[in-house]
Structures are given as structure tokens and as C-alpha cells.
Ligand binder design. Structure first.
Ligand code: MD5
Ligand code: FE
Length: 203
């Protein structure tokens, strides 16, 4: 079922449940080619969320800053292709949420371990901010913080669970958001982790 959090932000609860096993297998295959890694931010902090990517472009961060690129700055190899299942699911979800014609060229995979968090930030490194971001949650539940357009604005807390898909578009594309520290647990399919796939149109 579908729920609107704010204009442009639509949760498709459990939407990815039936595909969860296949998605998880693809995540493992991508991680074999390009392992999840903890990157260091320009400020010198090790991110508690580990990341890898698939698709034509990848979001990366290093001492120089944040950018989309075609090579992995950690090992110089190209990214694995975006599996057809990933692309189809992201396109369908976007269109169900009112954003037809979404064609992602980048998928950032985030892996959260217990205690891992993402502090409030905006996603604005993509060229066309009219394109939505589609995010798919798998494994342990997480508390998502959904804020406003200024860092200091009050935030709503939204629980994101295994199989939930959220489409972030329209005016919600630029809201501040984050993930509170993950609570420990074991998910029957995924184990002691949360994975989040974020589909983007980078260029
Ligand atoms: C996550 N990842 O659960 C989230 C899902 C990231 C990130 O935030 O940058 O990797 S994407 C959530 C999102 C994207 C764009 C806009 C908004 C939320 N929003 O307006 O709230 O790992
Ligand atoms: Fe984000």
C-alpha cells in the first residue's frame, strides 16, 4: 500500500518483498566484484555506512569531495552493470508514485551495521533535480529522519522496513534527511544488516 509523506515523497510499503531474495542475491554478486567499503569524508571521518555501486556512474566521496564518476576511486575498476531487475523495479516504483519515465544511470548501495547512521544531509549532486530518487530497503528496520529544506527544520521519523520502497521526488527531492543509528538484530534473509539501494539519474 501507498502513503504520501509530503508532496512528492511516496512510500510503497512492502513493494519489494517478492523480489527481496533476488535483489539480495544481486547485491551479493555486486559486492563480490566491488566490495562494500567505508569511505573517508572530506572532513576526515570514516563513514559508518559502507558503500558500493552499480550502473554507469557511481557516487563517491574522498578527500577531494563528493562526485559522480565512472571509475571506482578505490580500485580503478568500472562498476558492475545495473541488473535488469534493479532497473525495472526502480522504474515501476517511480511510475507508481507519479514519476513516469525515470531511467536511473546510477545505483548507490548502502550497507548499515548496528550503530551505523547517516547524518542529516541533502542529495544534490545530480544534474537534474527534477528526477526523483528511488530507495529500496532490505533487512533490518531503520528509523528514517525526514526534514525540511533547512538543516535546522524539525524532522518526522519514519520506520523503513524490509521491502519498503520510497520515491523521493518533486519538492521532496531536496529535503534534509538521515538515518538514526541502526539497532542490532538479525533479519532472516539478510542477517545483521540493513541494505538500501538508491537509484538515481546522475547526468
Ligand atoms: C538510505 N540513503 O536509507 C537513504 C535512502 C543516501 C541516503 O540518504 O544519500 O544515500 S535515499 C533517501 C532520500 C533521498 C533523496 C531525498 C530524500 C531522501 N528526502 O527528500 O528525504 O540509505
Ligand atoms: Fe541521501
Amino acid at each position: 500500500w501507498q502513503e504520501t509523506l509530503a508532496e512528492g515523497a511516496v512510500i510503497l510499503r512492502r513493494r519489494a518483498r517478492e523480489d527481496a531474495e533476488a535483489l539480495y542475491q544481486q547485491i551479493m554478486a555486486i559486492a563480490e566484484q566491488n566490495p562494500f567499503a567505508h569511505r573517508i569524508t572530506p572532513g576526515g571521518h570514516r563513514m559508518s555506512v559502507a558503500m558500493t555501486n552499480c550502473g554507469d556512474f557511481c557516487w563517491s566521496v574522498d578527500s577531494r569531495g563528493y562526485q559522480y564518476q565512472q571509475q571506482d576511486n578505490l580500485n580503478g575498476r568500472k562498476w558492475p552493470a545495473m541488473p535488469p531487475l534493479f532497473r525495472t523495479l526502480a522504474q515501476q516504483a517511480a511510475s507508481e508514485a507519479g514519476f513516469p519515465g525515470f531511467n536511473p544511470d546510477a545505483c548507490l548501495l548502502n550497507r548499515y551495521e548496528p550503530g551505523a547512521k547517516l547524518t542529516l544531509h541533502q542529495d544534490k549532486d545530480e544534474k537534474d533535480l527534477r528526477q526523483p530518487i528511488v530507495s529500496v530497503s532490505l533487512g533490518l528496520p531503520a528509523v528514517f529522519q525526514f526534514g525540511g529544506f533547512e538543516r535546522g527544520d524539525s524532522t518526522q521519523r519514519v520506520l523503513l522496513e524490509h521491502g519498503d520502497i520510497v520515491v523521493w521526488g518533486g519538492p521532496s527531492r531536496l529535503r534534509y534527511h538521515g538515518i538514526l543509528p541502526l539497532k542490532p538484530g538479525v533479519h532472516p534473509l539478510v542477517g545483521a544488516w540493513r541494505y538500501n539501494l538508491t537509484f538515481r539519474r546522475a547526468f
